[in-house]
Design a binder for this molecule. Structure first.
Ligand code: ATP
Ligand code: MG
Length: 417
């Protein structure tokens, strides 16, 4: 894409009311636009990053047997009354609205009830199970505090996966598979080393649930990490009783701030019983389906990457989720030969399937480099009179600033690696 065609521009300052580093940088670089507290629009560069995160999640969830759907975000109170979750006392972040004919509607905070109800039409016998269903769909939550940029929004996309099993063993086997898939996802998007699987409250469903928490000062959660034993525990279950259970004592645990980037939750038969999702077992007995739910917020992951990996100059994207692989920058000084050479290189890269943002704007070198650092594409190529005279192209890695000169004929091979 030619940068001169991009409708967004970088800006020096983020809006005054924006306090989160992730949103400040993403707004300044033109990835997102703040509509109001907790509500952001994703602009061309931002959508590419979020779509890349979604692609990674989709690949790993498909690999463990997930089937993708997209449900409506409008929800019927009748289903939620069956499970007892329509009342604000049960879910305190509901956005509810009125229909013109007098009825009420909910805007989705999550999708257990409607999906469980949907599956009653397809699950009848033990032969119909297990099933694993997921979506990338909007969630609306009337969050009290929305000060963490795109990490805590009032409207956000969630990957929500739901498992439907016959036995506890079958459920646990999938649960562990999903935990492994999550590890792969967080490693691929660049936050694997700082992300821990954490014991958290299982609510009324089971003793524990599992959260995936990324250690970061911008986090809203407190976790305790035991490095040697590789155990981490959320503050909400950090009690003597639980630690005894886990066979560890309070002294190292180390206290850390962390961001919950994903979670997995045993649901037991609460929703299947409430909504009538049963199957006939091998003896013909009606049995409630055992469920689990598994969430990841791609926007929260994107915000976490920015919080963790950015530097004083701007954002530093890991390759897998960067909006483009290469930022091609031309420093022409009005020299039409340099323009032609940069145009040629742009076409060459595109013909070879390399995604490239081409800064073809008529702007000063300093401005172009500052913008390039802010935008944070992993590899920068500079075409200038100097590079042309040397028959090579200057290649700089955003992550550490190392620069190498690459011979013109090697460029495609080097970048395709
Ligand atoms: P939190 O305790 O941080 O509010 P949660 O327990 O409400 O999170 P879930 O309802 O299980 O989280 O949502 C699953 C995933 O969706 C979370 O792990 C997170 O990645 C993402 N998520 C949750 N709330 C938000 C939000 N307000 N904005 C963006 N992403 C969110
Ligand atoms: Mg929440």
């Amino acid at each position: 894409m030619r940068q001169s065609h991009l409708f967004t521009k970088t800006r020096r300052e983020a809006p005054k009311d924006e306090v989160a580093k992730n949103a400040q940088l993403l707004i300044r670089a033109g990835y997102i636009h703040k509509e109001m507290a907790g509500a952001y629009s994703f602009l061309p560069l931002g959508l590419r990053v979020r779509d890349n995160i979604i692609r990674v999640i989709r690949e790993e969830i498909n690999a463990i047997g997930g089937q993708e759907i997209k449900m409506t975000a409008l929800q019927s109170p009748a289903l939620w009354k069956k499970s007892g979750r329509w009342e604000d006392g049960a879910i305190d972040v509901w956005f509810k609205t009125q229909l013109k004919d007098g009825g009420e509607l909910g805007l989705a905070t999550t999708h257990e009830e409607p999906l469980t109800s949907l599956l009653t039409e397809y699950i009848q016998s033990y032969k119909d199970l297990p099933k694993y269903v997921y979506q990338f769909q909007l969630k609306f939550r009337n969050e009290l505090r929305a000060k963490s940029g795109i990490m805590r929004c009032r409207e956000f996309v969630m990957k929500d996966l739901y498992s439907f099993n016959r036995t506890e063993e079958e459920f646990r086997e999938f649960y562990e598979k999903c935990a492994e898939a999550y590890k792969k996802i967080f490693a691929r998007v660049g936050i694997g080393e700082k992300t821990h699987r954490v014991f958290a409250s299982g609510g009324s469903f089971s003793k524990f649930s599992d959260e995936f928490q990324t250690i970061c000062d911008a986090g809203e959660d407190i976790i305790y990490v035991h490095k040697e034993k590789n155990i981490a525990v959320n503050k909400e279950v950090y009690t003597d009783e639980v630690l005894k259970d886990l066979g560890v004592s309070k002294d190292e645990f180390e206290e850390k701030k962390a961001i919950e980037v994903g979670n997995i939750f045993p649901l037991g038969t609460k929703y299947s019983e409430a909504l009538g999702l049963t199957y006939k077992d091998e003896k013909g007995v009606d049995t409630p389906v055992i469920m689990g739910s598994y969430g990841i917020g791609p926007g929260r992951v994107m915000g976490t990457v920015v919080e963790l990996l950015s530097d004083a100059k701007g954002i530093v994207w890991p390759k897998e989720i960067a909006p483009f692989a290469v930022h091609l920058v031309s420093i022409t000084g009005g020299n039409q030969d340099v323009v032609a050479e940069a145009d040629r290189l742009y076409e060459l890269l595109r013909e070879n399937g390399i995604e490239v943002l081409y800064d073809d704007r008529d702007a000063r070198a300093g401005e172009k480099f500052a913008d390039s650092d802010l935008i944070g594409i992993p590899t920068r190529l500079v075409v200038s009179e100097k590079s042309m005279s040397q028959g090579s192209i200057e290649c700089t890695a955003r992550v550490d600033g190392t620069t190498t000169m690459i011979g013109d004929s090697d460029i495609v091979a080097r970048l395709s690696k």
